[in-house]
Each structure stands twice: as C-alpha cells, then as structure tokens.
Design a protein around this ligand. Structure first.
Ligand SMILES: Cc1cc2nc3c(=O)[nH]c(=O)nc-3n(C[C@H](O)[C@H](O)[C@H](O)COP(=O)(O)OP(=O)(O)OC[C@H]3O[C@@H](n4cnc5c(N)ncnc54)[C@H](O)[C@@H]3O)c2cc1C
Length: 468
C-alpha cells in the first residue's frame, strides 16, 4: 500500500520539509525552501541526481527576465501565456498558465542573481509556437549542465540530498496530512522519515509501461526517451489519497529521434526549411505544427519511421546543436549529391521523391500554403541533400496532480491538502489532454516555477506563516 496510516509510523528521524526527487523541480524547491529559512531533505532514488532534467536540452522559457532585457529582447508574461494557451487550444487551465508565466521571470532572475546560474536566452532560433525569444539556458545549453549547476548550489548551501533513496510509501494522518515517508535502499533495507511538509518532485509516469499503456495507449509501443526512474508514484499516491488529477493522457512526444541510433535530431531543421517524408517519399503533415504531435504522426507511417530531408544550408546550421553532431558522428546523417542519389541511399522511390521536392520548391517560390497548412520561406532545398531516418518517441508525461497557484496539491473536491505540494512532471502541466498541446519548454517551466513556489510555500508552512 503506497499510503499507510501515520499511526503505524515510528519515524527513524524527523525533518521539517521532505522533497521527493532531485531533478530540476526538486532541487529548485530545495533551494527556495532553504533561502526562505526551511530545513529540507531531498530524497532521490538514483545514485546521482539526474532525472529527465539531465536528458533535456535544459531550456527554460520565461518572459520579462533581466537576461532578455540585457539581450535587447522584448517579451511579456501575457504574450507568453497567450502562446501556451493557443498551443493547447485553451484546453489547459488559463489561470495556472498566467500565474506560472508571471512567475517565470521571478524564478529565472532569482536563479541568476541568487544562485549564479548564468542563464541566457537563445536568440538564433524561434521555437515552434513561441512569439518571442524566451528559452533560457546555462552556457552550454544542456540539461546536464543545468542539473549540475543546481546540484552544486544545493551542495554549497549544505542541503541534504540523500541519494539511493527510493520513496515507496507516504504516511498520512487525519485530514490527509502527510506525516512522513518510507524509502528503500539498494540493499533492500528501508528507512522512515517524518516531516511537516512534503513536496512531490518525482516527475510523471513515462518510465512505467503499464501506466503508459493505460493512460496513453497510442504510445504504448513507442520508444521512451525520458528518465527510467519516472515511475508514476505521484499519481499512484494521488489516486489513493483522493487527489484531483487532470490531463493524465497529456504528454510531450518528439517526431525526430534518429533511428536506430536513438539520438535527438533538432526540430530546428524543420522550422528552418526541412521536410519529413515517409517510406513512400510522401510528406504527411505540417511539420511546423510542433514536434510533440509529430511523434504519433511518424509512428503511424509505414514501419513507424520517417526521413528528415534537408540540404547543405541546414546541415551547416545544425552544427549549432550538440545532438546533431552526435548523430553525425554515429553515422545517422546521410549525404547525397542529387535527388536520385538521395532516393537510392534512403531506399525511397525516386520519382515520388523528385515530385515531393519539386512541390516543396514550387511552394517556396510562390509562397502558397500546402495542403497541410504549411508555408515555406524562400529557401529552396538544393543539392547536396541530407537525410536522417527518424522515429517518434515519448519524452515525458504532462498530466498529473491538480495544484493551485501556491503549488498545493488539491483534493478531488478542489480543497488543498494541508501540507502536500507538487511541481514539475508530478503536477498537471500546461499542455492540455493530448500530445498537440505541448509548447516547447512547458516541461521545465512547471519544474522550475512550481518548484520555486512549492519550496517557498513549504518553508512558510513549517514556520507557521502559512495562511490557509
Ligand atoms: C530528451 C528530452 C529533452 C527535453 N528538453 C526539454 C527542454 O529543453 N525544455 C523543457 O522545458 N523541457 C524539456 N524536456 C522535459 C523536461 O526534461 C522535464 O519536463 C523536466 O526535466 C521535469 O523535471 P522534474 O524535476 O519534474 O523531473 P526529473 O528531472 O525527471 O526529476 C525527477 C527525479 O525524481 C526521482 N524520483 C522519481 N521517483 C522517485 C521516488 N519514488 N523516490 C525518490 N526519487 C524519485 C527521479 O529519479 C528523478 O531524479 C525534455 C525531456 C526529454 C526527455
């Protein structure tokens, strides 16, 4: 039973605040709680904090930051909220979207000013659906560097991060107050820890095939590209506790993972003029709708694969992306001197490929919209051509526990639990119920902003400053 009665607990130790999970959400929450005077223990199942955060590109969207201002970029929280709401066709919670967009600059400025993260904005490439440059990253723009920087700050502030500690159970008292947790060690021993407040930062259920089959049947056979330790405990606990949960079928997919190499190939190639064709050399979608919904579209093509087709200009542009260079080094990128050559090395029907590329170049010249709704900039694709075989993958789930603007987990009747907070992939995201609502950055946006809010709120609660 993941939820146990608190009367059964005789805790080995007590701490004011427990954070479960040491990804971006958990570490940001721990930094915030500590800054606000709360004592925290972070429990992390892995030997080293990594999570999906380390696998990500580490790019956090935010509007109205000092970093944007320094780079001369104009943006606003309202504009950012409109982008997120539009992408999800208003099927997300507009009040939460607005609250987190307004929080975004506060959190990024705080990570830079108080914690020296040195986050700056990518201003060479506009992510699909973004109306302004607002993706903030550490200097190398990698999730590995982001998690490293957050871990270093936690260490510098002497925050206790206990690794190899997988939380299996919560202890709940009357009124569903969480009194503590039980966690398991790799040698199968178990320990208990009591608390006054608890923050669930253990992400979603992408690493749990049974839950994926139950909640996102379309993706049950898809490659999972996120962290294996995301097993859905927050949802299992929420179900037992009677928490409200929404958009459980929401997720971020990606339609461009090199196959069989398993390396992400940046969607920037599509945004800057590349196309995807299937095994019959036919385009099948508007590639500019977004990379998330493209996962399912690729998976339903013959063989579950597509070919990204582009040219020398885009190949040179892609050198800006580490993943692309890795894909190249792994031999995933193929080069051809003519359309015929391209058809041969990819095993595609030559006549159909000739026609598809001809149609795309005509659209580039006329500026007309194609049958999928895409228009092309005036850059015809020209020899030499490049191609990479890709498949669709599940990156991370977006549904989860309902939380309010203070990151408090809500019961199914909308009343907050007394001392339970959640953020990141454990909480309901901002992407609506499916795959098409994910706007680039929605993942780390909720990890960082809700983590920041949850940490501060938990600190206030344990200091009795919390106003119910
Ligand atoms: C390839 C890839 C690229 C991405 N790129 C971006 C991007 O550029 N921008 C963006 O916004 N989003 C991106 N995302 C999504 C982003 O990575 C996630 O949304 C974000 O990292 C979630 O943060 P988190 O802290 O909630 O979860 P995580 O970083 O996954 O951290 C959760 C932690 O909890 C631990 N844990 C789980 N269960 C337990 C338990 N029972 N007990 C103890 N510990 C537990 C896990 O081991 C893990 O360390 C990407 C995702 C992938 C897979």
């Amino acid at each position: 039973m993941p939820i146990l009665p608190a009367t059964e607990a005789n805790f080995d130790a007590e701490v004011p605040i427990i954070v479960i999970g040491a990804g971006a959400c958990g570490l940001v929450a721990a930094l915030a709680a500590t800054s606000d005077g709360g004592e925290v223990v972070v429990l992390e199942r892995d030997p080293v904090p990594q999570g999906s955060t380390a696998l990500s590109s580490g790019l956090i969207p935010a509007a109205g930051t000092k970093a944007q201002e320094a780079q001369g970029l104009i943006d606003s929280a309202d504009q950012m909220a409109a982008d997120i709401i539009n992408k999800a066709h208003r099927e997300n919670d507009p009040a939460m979207v607005a609250a987190l967009c307004h929080q975004s600059a506060v959190s990024i400025d705080w990570l830079n000013d108080a914690h020296g993260l040195n986050l700056s904005v990518i201003d060479s490439f506009l992510y699909p659906g973004h109306s302004a440059y607002r993706m903030h990253g550490t200097p190398s723009k990698t999730g590995q560097e982001l998690i490293g920087a957050l871990s270093s700050r936690a260490e510098a502030l002497e925050i206790s991060v206990i690794t190899d500690a997988q939380v299996t159970d919560l202890f709940a008292g009357p009124g569903s107050e969480i009194k503590g947790v039980r966690f398991h060690r790799p040698d199968n021993s178990e320990e208990t820890l009591g608390c006054k407040a608890i923050i669930l930062a253990c992400n979603g259920y992408g690493g749990n095939p049974e839950m994926v089959a139950e909640l996102i049947p379309d993706m049950k056979d898809a490659l999972y590209f996120g962290h294996a330790g995301n097993q859905g405990e927050a949802i299992a606990w929420g179900r037992e506790l009677g928490a409200g949960m929404t958009d459980l079928g929401g997720y971020q997919g990606h339609g461009s993972v090199a196959h069989p190499h398993g390396i992400l190939v940046s969607w920037a190639l599509m945004m800057e003029g590349g196309i995807q064709v299937n095994r019959d050399a036919l385009r099948f979608s508007n590639e500019h709708d977004g990379y998330s919904e493209q996962a399912r579209r690729v998976l339903i093509q013959p063989g579950g694969i597509a070919w990204n087709i582009y040219d020398q200009r885009l190949h040179e542009f892609a050198q800006n992306f580490d993943d692309y260079k890795q894909a190249e080094a792994a031999g995933a990128i193929r080069k051809a001197s003519s359309v015929g050559d391209l058809a041969e090395i990819c095993g595609l029907p030559g006549d159909a490929l000739e026609e598809t590329l001809g149609d795309v170049n005509t659209l580039s010249l006329t500026g007309d919209q194609d049958k999928f709704g895409r228009t092309f900039a005036k850059n015809c694709l020209a020899a030499p051509y490049y191609a990479v075989k890709v498949t669709g993958a599940l990156f991370h789930t977006q549904g989860g526990l309902n939380v309010d603007e203070r990151a408090r987990v809500l019961k199914s009747d909308g009343i907050p639990f007394p001392n339970l907070f959640a953020g990141g992939g454990a909480a309901r995201g901002l992407s609506g119920p499916s795959d098409w609502g994910y706007l680039s950055g929605n993942g780390l946006l909720t990890a960082v902003t809700l983590g920041h809010i949850a940490g501060s709120q938990a600190a206030s609660l344990v200091k009795n400053e919390f106003l119910p």
